[in-house]
Design a protein around this ligand. Structure first.
Ligand code: GLC
Ligand code: CA
Length: 556
């Protein structure tokens, strides 16, 4: 068997959000057999690993990130036989299969929780975080991510349980040795079923304080306050991840990527440097709110510079602009109008030119855009509804609150994949569980398949280039300080005399390049450009969202 350290160097991961990818049976919900139908499409794209967001049994309060049976498949997604067939078929096509492991919390409908909540004395009594009331109230003023208090009272125990996310997502107690053993055993069973890796959800919050104290951070409009400073990246959480690694990841040779909220380079290193024996790679969680209004050139440069500095010594990191928790990248960073296509390509080129493990989120390879539903009722996401409520509490009008939702909604990324221009974009022959983006007749896979200069073909070329030029994977990275740095992104990749250069204008206006750089570029060969439809680059300036990958002439 190929060693993990060898195959993870070549990974290009495609994230499937199963609910929205492909519906095989007309119930309006994407499913595992839908993913199986589309494997040839994914193979052709060139990705060699799939990460599926959760498809396990779940009441669906947070679209599957609330698991009620870690070993069962939610019936609307299919059966265990479908899942095993999908894993086999991936492997037959040379693709790895990665599942989402959600063990910061479970569903409140998990049998463990039902038992734990039934009394103070039962086998699972300590599987969750239970605390006595303080003066007849919640133990602390802590806020939950999806709104309201992080504590919920259960009369049968006369106690509160802690939930960092929704009320229906009680946090698991990693201090319980039995809980640990059960989770490790569950992970091992998935390894037995053939999965190659895990994405570990909300992994920076595993350990909870022994003694909870009130947060002193500014409260939300509902009066409850976030307390990430007391909760995240604690030594105890690292010890838990290390124990997982020893018990499961290393013995089973699994690729692991942790979703972690990292504040400092040290935090990243603590999760991802090989000698730590925790994760192979990390996905830093950045709340969409923090990205609103930022310039992508600055974000990419500072984010990847600090990740590179922290991690290039022996570890890998996940590169992404999109996932199921963010608005669509073209809408946030590019252009939804006349520059839609070049901006989708430019963003892709800037990301895929970097070292690390590129992640492609479903639909990104088509340049899918935000949906901007006209009514709050059209939104399905628990977080979007909470944002709306919070903005109303802050005194915004319903229309302003809706606009606030448009800025950050996770549902932008969760509208159905746009396969073709037939009804419902070819996603389902039934009624889709969430609205299809109105632009599906213009933006869809069938149309882009037929157009060799489309965004889809551009992604295929980028992924193929990564295989043809190992320098893209392994080479050193250096950002060049070329002004204006809020619009221009310029970086070099270098490995044993092979040098590639990316020059990108990530803005809506043309941008002149300094003479020294333009004359150097005249000696370079363009390998790929976001203006591939229009032809050759112009010397001396970059057009709006023009991004070019150059090969530099070898030094004499
Ligand atoms: C992660 C997931 C997100 C989910 C949350 C709680 O951030 O990516 O979708 O809501 O964890 O599980
Ligand atoms: Ca279905």
């Amino acid at each position: 068997m190929e060693r993990k350290q060898d195959w993870i160097r070549d990974l290009v991961v495609y994230q499937v959000y199963p609910r929205s990818f492909m519906d095989s049976n007309g119930d309006g919900i994407g499913d595992l057999n839908g993913v199986r139908q589309k494997l040839p499409y994914l193979k052709k794209l060139g990705v060699n690993a799939l990460w599926l967001s959760p498809f396990f049994c779940s009441p669906g309060d947070d679209n599957g990130y609330d698991v009620s049976d870690y070993d069962g498949i939610q019936p609307e997604f299919g059966t265990m036989a479908d899942c095993e067939a999908l894993i086999r078929e991936c492997h037959a096509l040379g693709m790895r299969f990665i599942i989402d492991v959600v063990v910061n919390h479970s569903s409140d409908e998990h049998p463990w929780f039902i038992e734990s909540a039934s009394s103070r004395e039962n086998d699972k009594s300590d599987f969750y975080i239970w605390r006595d009331p303080v003066d007849g109230h919640e133990p602390t003023n802590w806020w939950s991510v999806f709104g309201g208090s992080a504590w919920e009272y259960v009369p049968a125990r006369g106690q509160y349980y802690f939930h960092l996310f929704s009320r229906k997502q009680p946090d698991l107690n990693w201090r319980s040795p039995q809980l640990r053993q059960q989770i490790f055993a569950m992970m091992n069973r998935w390894a037995d079923r053939g999965v190659d890796g895990f994405r570990l959800d909300a992994a920076s919050h595993y350990a909870k304080p022994e003694h909870f104290v009130d947060s002193t951070l500014p409260p939300m409009p509902d009066g409850y306050a976030p307390a990430f400073d007391q909760l995240s990246n604690t030594p105890e959480t690292h010890a838990i991840v290390n124990a997982m690694n020893q018990a499961v990841f290393t013995p089973r040779q699994l690729f692991t990527v942790g979703e972690v909220g990292c504040q400092t380079p040290q935090d990243m290193q603590d999760y991802a440097l090989p000698q730590r024996q925790e994760f192979d790679a990390i996905i830093p969680f950045i709340p969409p709110q923090e990205e609103v209004g930022k310039k992508v050139a600055e974000v990419l440069r500072s984010r990847y510079q600090s990740q590179y500095d922290a991690l290039h010594d022996g570890s890998r990191w996940a590169l992404f602009l999109s996932n199921h928790d963010k608005p669509r990248q073209v809408s946030s960073w590019g252009d939804e109008g006349a520059l839609w296509e070049v901006s989708a390509k430019a963003l892709a080129l800037c990301l895929h030119g970097l070292p690390g493990i590129p992640f492609v989120y479903e639909g990104e390879e088509l340049g899918m855009t935000n949906a901007y539903f006209p009514r709050i009722e059209d939104y399905r996401d628990i977080d979007s509804r909470n944002v709306y409520r919070t903005l109303l509490l802050e005194g915004k009008t319903p229309q302003q609150a809706l606009q606030g939702v448009w800025e950050v909604s996770r549902d932008h990324a969760r509208t159905p994949m746009q396969w073709d221009d037939s009804e419902n974009a070819g996603f389902t022959c039934g009624t889709p569980w969430i609205g299809v983006n109105r632009n599906y007749r213009e933006i869809n896979a069938a149309r882009q398949e037929a157009d060799s200069l489309s965004v889809l073909h551009f992604y295929r070329e980028l992924i193929a280039l990564r295989r043809r030029y190992p320098v893209l994977r392994d080479g050193d990275l250096a950002f060049l300080p070329i002004a204006p740095e809020d619009r221009l992104l310029v970086y070099r990749r270098q490995d044993q005399g092979i040098r590639l250069l990316v020059t990108a204008n990530l803005s809506h206006q043309p941008c002149a390049l300094p003479d020294s750089l333009s004359s150097h570029l005249r000696t370079c060969t363009p390998l790929l450009t976001s203006y591939n439809r229009e032809g050759n680059p112009e010397a001396g300036t970059l057009r709006p969202f023009e991004a070019i990958l150059w090969q530099e002439t070898a030094e004499e």
